[in-house]
Ligand binder design. Structure first.
Ligand code: ATP
Ligand code: MG
Length: 290
């Protein structure tokens, strides 16, 4: 199993009082290793899947990212960027539990095909990518190049579109072109709507199977719906969870789904595993397993 994607230093900010603009506000502030791609790899490793992660980080924290991923059982192939810092995201949680994110992609933007050594493909059956690699014009050729390489090697591909805002910016038609022919697409309901213009998740999933053989649309606390190009349809409720921080819910879903897929579970088993691991992800602070 191979994951290619972002490595990020997350800074979680939870104001402890009403925010005072232009002055001081007491807050709880936590540093966490993150990045959607690296989070998926961490969950896969924690689930016991043989997983290699390819990404790029700055000299300031590449070593830390390597060792934290190793702790989860991942084989991290993180290229060290000598000029750029590791990407960082400041994530401000408001009283309603909404997250406002300030994103500096920094080293992620420097990823190239040269950062993907040939030996990472050994024994790989599935490649997973997140939307961010496609949205950044600097790394889009890497996303498309690695999909082409996967095809040549008969490796299946899954993609999480990751961001409704960036999808709108890129345009639905462009993104659908980029992911045409991938095996699994894992949008949330807003992303599915942006991609299809349809507000009904099941109808959107069905429409998306014209370009991707299996589509699972995530519905937050509502679970998920699945459609396949050969006419299967499934849906299931979310697993009951004590929600602490929804960061990484989608990454947990992808990891659960892929883990079940590589061990040969049927469609219902993949969906159940996606729901189960994502329910675990919402109970932990940050986007990774403990
Ligand atoms: N409140 C919840 N209770 C239980 N499970 C949840 C809850 N919220 C999310 N999940 C699980 O996480 C999955 C993914 O969540 P969501 O639909 O928000 O995807 P996402 O938007 O891609 O997530 P992310 O915000 O991490 O990108 C859901 O399909 C569900 O299984
Ligand atoms: Mg998501």
């Amino acid at each position: 199993m191979l994951v290619l994607g972002d490595v990020v230093d997350d800074l979680l900010v939870r104001p402890l009082t009403a925010v005072t603009p232009a002055s001081d506000t007491r807050a709880e502030i936590r540093h966490r290793p993150g990045g959607s791609g690296a989070n998926v790899a961490a969950w896969l490793g924690a689930l016991g899947v043989d997983v290699t992660f390819v990404g790029r980080a700055g000299h300031n924290s590449a070593g830390e990212h390597v060792s934290t991923l190793q702790r989860h059982g991942v084989d991290p192939r993180i290229a060290v960027d000598r000029e750029r810092m590791t990407a960082s995201i400041v994530l401000v949680l408001d009283e309603q539990g909404e997250r406002t994110m300030y994103v500096d992609r920094s080293a992620n933007t420097g990823l190239t095909m040269r950062d993907i050594p040939d030996d990472v493909w050994r024994d790989v059956a599935v490649l997973h990518l997140t939307g961010y690699t496609f949205f950044d014009p600097a790394t889009r050729p890497v996303a498309l190049g690695v999909i082409a390489a996967a095809r040549r090697r008969h490796v299946a591909v899954s993609v999480d579109p990751s961001s409704a805002a960036y999808l709108r910016e890129a345009g639905a038609d462009a993104f659908r072109d980029w992911v045409a022919g991938v095996d699994v697409l894992l949008p949330n309901s807003v992303e599915a709507t942006v991609l299809t213009g349809l507000s009904d998740a099941d109808a959107a999933a069905e429409q998306l199977t014209a370009s991707c053989a299996t589509v699972a649309v995530k519905l937050g606390g509502g679970g998920a719906v699945v459609r396949t190009s050969d006419g299967q349809q499934l849906q299931a409720a979310a697993v009951l969870a004590d929600v602490r921080d929804s960061t990484g819910a989608g990454d947990g879903f992808a990891a659960g789904w892929i883990a079940a897929w590589v061990r040969g579970d049927d469609l219902a088993g993949r969906l159940a595993a996606g729901l189960e691991v994502s329910a675990r992800a919402v109970t932990v602070l940050g986007g990774r397993p403990h």
